[in-house]
Design a protein around this ligand. Structure first.
Ligand code: AHR
Length: 520
């Protein structure tokens, strides 16, 4: 009798554990019946500023260089970026944009004026890369162009004339000047920003003052109907929502001016302190979690700004475009502090993936973003050293997420999401997003933020039948796993697959990993 009772107790105990496990199982629920907004391909946009070797040396070497190039642009770097399907490139800055005078960058290169790059290292800027060279680059990449105008030290006349130079179709003197400089057809501009960081390097303005200037400048920016860019007002940063509020109140589309988007900047700094930001490599676990915690703030920052914009623009006409984001660390030892050169590790790939998942959830308002920056600056895709080039973990994250460009977002929620905790910081262990791509396939992206433990997630796709998931995983032993010029393939994606059992699909996410799979 006693034996029997013990048996019954043991059986019910094991059943309890099994059901407790089932109840606690991390579940990623994708609502395939309620497609959301299309994730604009431009959410995967890049940023190339005249800053350090972000352009000079990094991508531009000039047509006479021994480094193989096309029209001055490095073939190796352009080739790698083409594979990434870079949809959009922002140029010429950043802070540089508000001191950039477009006429310095046209005509015979040898005759262009040499200026000082006062924002970035005080180095000479010989203007070898100007308007025509920039458009050569985007055309080589098959990308769209985002040009940032100079409001800080330029006039409305100068800005209007640059647009006319680029887009003029007729026989105006400016359109003819463009032709004389080698370009018959107008350049196609997808986005045009009126200034940058007007609250700081762009002129230390108040949002009220800037919004009046926006109205003034925008009134004179005329372009042909079929080549009218999306016009962007320079917005706020971090947790300041006053720019989104003031701009969407004070700037209105009128008969002769356009206003399509408010920009926003947010950088992830491990320590949260600009003076000592934290190292790109060799950091403690405390800075792994603080970095991910800080990057996850992007969700709240977007929500706060969108809440303000929803009041002033309930029809969601105006986009909220995060045109600068990414990690910002202390520069690598021995490099010019003004060049913002930093290494890039698995942690950066996780940062990128977390931000992508956030952007997907806000696809209705966030229609364009630019990671800062494309090559050799801050959270770069590519690092170069003379004729050598390496792909960073961030490059691989962008590569894995390619199917999300122009895919339709699907609402994704996570049940029983465990917390990854260190000291007083706790963050969700799993981050996920899903979308129906243009090829009809369902893609799911998953991130495990815990650097020490794998986590198993059950995919719940409602009525959608699932048999397998196939894609790629990015992970490594070390939190700061990175590629070097000597060892360029230490970290790269590996093939990943999972099979459904009894119609249910579970996926084991290794510690500190990013997974993107097509579910079939
Ligand atoms: O991306 C580097 C700099 O960061 C940009 O020039 C500026 O807009 C921001 O402060």
């Amino acid at each position: 009798m006693l034996k029997l009772n013990l048996k019954v107790m043991l059986v019910s105990l094991s059943l309890m554990t099994a059901s407790a496990f089932a109840a606690d199982k991390v579940e990623v629920i994708v609502d395939v019946q309620k497609p959301g907004a299309v994730i604009n391909k431009d959410v995967y946009g890049q940023f190339a500023e005249h800053l350090g070797s972000g352009i000079y040396g990094g991508i531009w070497v000039g047509p006479d260089s021994k480094i193989p190039n096309t029209k001055g642009w490095r073939n190796d770097v352009v080739g790698a970026l083409k594979k990434l399907q870079v949809p959009l490139v922002r140029w010429p800055g950043g802070c540089f944009a508000d001191e950039y005078h477009w006429r310095d960058g046209i005509g015979t290169r040898a005759n262009r004026p040499v200026k000082v790059n006062t924002n970035w290292g005080g180095v000479e800027e010989n203007n070898a890369v100007g308007t025509h060279e920039f458009f050569d680059l985007v055309e080589l990449l098959g990308a769209d162009a985002y040009v940032n105008g100079n409001l800080g030290t330029g006039t409305s006349q100068e800005m209007a004339e640059w647009l006319e130079y680029m887009t003029g179709e007729g026989k105006s003197t400016l359109a003819e000047l463009r032709r004389k400089n080698g370009r018959d057809k107008p350049f196609k501009i997808s986005y045009f920003a009126i200034g940058n960081e007007a609250w700081g390097c762009g002129g230390n303005m108040t949002p009220q003052f800037y919004s009046s200037l926006y109205n003034q400048y925008a009134s004179f920016l005329k372009t042909p109907k079929d080549n009218t860019p999306i016009f962007i007002a320079a917005g706020g940063n971090d947790d300041d929502t006053s720019w989104s509020d003031t701009l969407t109140k004070n700037v209105r589309e009128k008969w002769n001016m356009k206003f399509d988007a408010v920009s926003f900047h947010y950088y992830t700094i491990p320590t949260g302190e600009w003076k000592v930001k934290g190292a790109a490599l060799g950091f403690p676990e405390a800075q792994w979690i603080s970095t991910l915690d800080k990057t996850l703030r992007m969700d709240t920052l977007i929500k706060n700004n969108v809440a303000v914009m929803d009041k002033n623009d309930p029809e969601k006409k105006i986009a909220f475009d995060v045109d600068e984001w990414g990690t910002w660390y202390d520069v690598e030892a021995g490099t010019n502090t003004g060049f913002l050169y930093q290494q890039n590790s698995l942690r950066d790939a996780i940062v990128a993936a977390l931000n992508f998942n956030i952007f997907h959830a806000h696809a209705d308002r966030v229609r364009m973003t630019n990671i800062a920056q494309m090559v050799n600056v801050l959270q770069a895709m590519i690092l170069t050293d003379k004729d050598k080039m390496i792909l960073t973990p961030t490059y691989h994250a962008f590569d894995m997420y390619k199917p999300f460009q122009n895919a339709t977002s699907l609402p994704t929620t996570i049940n029983n999401n465990p917390k990854y905790t260190l000291g007083s910081t706790s963050i969700p262990e799993v981050s996920a997003s899903a979308a129906r791509a243009k090829d009809g396939k369902l893609y799911v992206a998953l991130v495990n933020t815990n650097p020490k433990q794998e986590v198993e997630v059950a995919l719940n796709l409602g009525a959608e039948k699932v048999s397998s998931a196939k894609g790629r995983v990015l992970t490594s032993e070390l939190m700061d796993a990175h590629n070097t010029f000597e060892k360029p393939e230490v970290i790269k994606p590996a093939a990943f697959s999972a099979q459904a059992k009894g119609g249910k699909l579970s996926i084991k996410l290794p510690a500190k990993s990013v997974i993107v799979v097509a579910v079939e």
